[in-house]
Design a protein around this ligand. Structure first.
Ligand code: NDP
Length: 283
C-alpha cells in the first residue's frame, strides 16, 4: 500500500480562494483586513517566515504592515508599539514573530496583544478558550492540520490519536483540537517510555518534535494517517520532517510530505484568522 499524499499546497490554495472571496465582500463594505507583523532582530529563518507572511497577505488582498526592530530594541519599545496597534482600527491582527531576543519576555509580549487581534492564537485567553472547548482564534499550525484532515475526510470521532510533542504552539493545542472532535488522544513527550508502543496504537499520528525523521515505518500502524509537522534541515541542507517519509509512506494510508504538507497551511490559517477578525470588526 502506498499512502495518499495529503497535499497542503492544494488544500491551502482552496482555503485561500475562499478567503479571497470574503476579502472582496469586505472591500464592498469599505473594509480591508489588516495584519501587523512585528520582527525583532536578524534571525534569518524569521526573516524568511515574515517575508512569506507579508507576501501571502498581498496575494489575498490583506493589507500588511511590517514593523522591524534591531535585536537590541527594548521590551518597552515593542510593548508600546503593540499597544498602539491594539488601538489602530485599520489593524485586525497582530503577530510577533518568535523567537524574540532573550532580553524580551515572550509571555509579556503575547499577553500585551489584544485577544481580539490575537491571530496567532498564542494569547493565554485564546489558549484557555480552546481548553474550555470554546475555541476563538486557534494556533495556526494545528488549526491547519485540522483543515487538512477535514479536507481528506479523515474520521476522528472515537479514533486513537497520538500527538508527539507538547509545545504550546503545536502539540498541546493539536491534542485539544483532536479531543474537541472526540478522538481519544495521547500526548507523548521526550520523557515518554517506549514511544513506539504508543505510536503503533495511533489511527491518527501527528508528529511535532523537531527531531529529523525520528518516526520510522516500524513505529506506525498499517493504515494510519500520519501528519508530519516537523521542519528540519538534514546534513545535505534539504528540508525534512520529523517522520521518515520513505519508510512510512508504504505503511500509512495517508501522509503529509515535507515540504508541501503542514507548512503551507500555517500561513493560510493566519490569513483566515485575520479575515475573521476583520469581519467581526465590520460587524
Ligand atoms: P518544541 O521544541 O517547542 O517542542 C518539541 C516537543 O517535542 C517537546 O514537547 C519535546 O518533549 C518533544 N520531543 C522532543 N524529542 C522527543 C522524542 N525523542 N520523543 C518524544 N517527544 C520528543 O517544538 P515545536 O512544537 O515548536 O516544533 C516542532 C517541530 O515542528 C519543529 O520541527 C518545528 O520546526 C516544526 N514547526 C513547523 C511549523 C509549520 O508551519 N509546519 C510551525 C511550528 C513548528 P519535551 O516537552 O519533553 O521536551
Amino acid at each position: 500500500m502506498t499512502a495518499v499524499i495529503m497535499d497542503g499546497n492544494a488544500v491551502g490554495k482552496a482555503v485561500r480562494g475562499r478567503l479571497a472571496a470574503r476579502v472582496q465582500a469586505l472591500a464592498k463594505r469599505g473594509v480591508t483586513p489588516g495584519l501587523a507583523v512585528i520582527l525583532v532582530g536578524e534571525n534569518p529563518a524569521s526573516r524568511v517566515y515574515v517575508r512569506n507572511k507579508v507576501k501571502a497577505c498581498t496575494d489575498t488582498g490583506i493589507h500588511s504592515v511590517l514593523v522591524e526592530y534591531p535585536a537590541d530594541a527594548t521590551a518597552d519599545t515593542v510593548l508600546g508599539r503593540i499597544r498602539e496597534l491594539n488601538a489602530d482600527p485599520t489593524i485586525h491582527g497582530i503577530l510577533v514573530q518568535l523567537p524574540l531576543p532573550p532580553h524580551i519576555d515572550v509571555d509579556d509580549v503575547l499577553a500585551t496583544i489584544s485577544p481580539s487581534k490575537d491571530v496567532d492564537g498564542f494569547h493565554i485567553e485564546s489558549l484557555g478558550a480552546l481548553l474550555a472547548g470554546k475555541p476563538d482564534f486557534q494556533p495556526c499550525t494545528p488549526h491547519g492540520v485540522m483543515e487538512i484532515l477535514d479536507h481528506y475526510e479523515i474520521p476522528l470521532s472515537g479514533r486513537n490519536a497520538v500527538v508527539v510533542g507538547r509545545s504550546n504552539i503545536v502539540g498541546k493545542p493539536m491534542a485539544l483540537m483532536l479531543l474537541g472532535r472526540d478522538a481519544t488522544v495521547t500526548i507523548c513527550t521526550s520523557k515518554t517510555r517506549d514511544l513506539a508502543a504508543h505510536t503503533r496504537n495511533a489511527d491518527i499520528l501527528v508528529v511535532a518534535t523537531g527531531r529529523p525523521r525520528m518516526v520510522t515505518g516500524d513505529m506506525v500502524k498499517p493504515g494510519a494517517v500520519v501528519v508530519d509537522v516537523g521542519i528540519n534541515r538534514d546534513a545535505d541542507g534539504r528540508l525534512v520532517g520529523d517522520v521518515d517519509f520513505d519508510s512510512v509512506k508504504d505503511i500509512a494510508s495517508h501522509i503529509t510530505p515535507v515540504p508541501g504538507g503542514v507548512g503551507p497551511m500555517t500561513i493560510t490559517m493566519l490569513l483566515a484568522n485575520t479575515v475573521v477578525s476583520a469581519e467581526r470588526a465590520a460587524g
